[in-house]
Ligand binder design. Sequence first.
Ligand SMILES: Nc1nc2c(c(=O)[nH]1)N[C@H]1C(S)=C(S)[C@@H](COP(=O)(O)O)O[C@H]1N2
Ligand SMILES: [Mo]
Length: 202
Amino acid sequence: MSFISRGFKGRGRREGAAGRLPPGQYLEHGFPVLSAGPTPHTPLDRWDFTMVGQVDQVRRWTWDEFLALPAETITRDIHCVTKWSKLDSTWTGVSVDTLLDGVETSADYVLAFCDGGYTTNLPLEDVTGGKAWIAYAYEGQPLAPAHGGPARLLVPHLYFWKSAKWVRGLELLAADQPGFWESLGYHNRGDPWREQRYWGDE
Ligand SMILES: Nc1nc2c(c(=O)[nH]1)N[C@H]1C(S)=C(S)[C@@H](COP(=O)(O)O)O[C@H]1N2
Ligand SMILES: [Mo]
């Protein structure tokens, strides 16, 4: 009896996740914290977000200005290279498209930079067209410091190391420049559906 009900539950869970777990991933119901260093605590009155590098003019938003930008609430699956995936996580933040609106650039790449010194690189294509946000709320609550609060990059279609916590800006670049994990052997792009975990994976 108990065997049957366990089996039934297990099957139900698998059906819910059908087609949503990239190769080699398992379903995680909690929300693990993965940080390469201590959690920085930048006071909001000293926080800003800047768009620098190959831009016609540096763009800068204070915390209050950032909160006044048009926000979006989105629900997405997220996939960590350490093999956990979390389905239907809900975030609120500003689309990178909104931040790039009116910015003239010839850049093809971005490097996200953060309090604490973490960086991650992405093709501009992977952060435009409704694919990336600067998120400041998770499940309707202010984003917890351990998870990147006050704000983090969210790029759910790539492995979660690309979703830089405590993000403070984007540097627009003509030439790609590897970020923190990318220069330590992780894949340059990190598409979970192609299982691009490490340098050398196709
Ligand atoms: N600034 C910063 N961002 C970061 C990291 C980090 O160490 N520092 N770790 C990355 C990795 S490897 C993962 S899997 C996710 C983890 O986010 P979480 O702690 O909210 O689960 O954040 C990414 N962003
Ligand atoms: Mo990770």
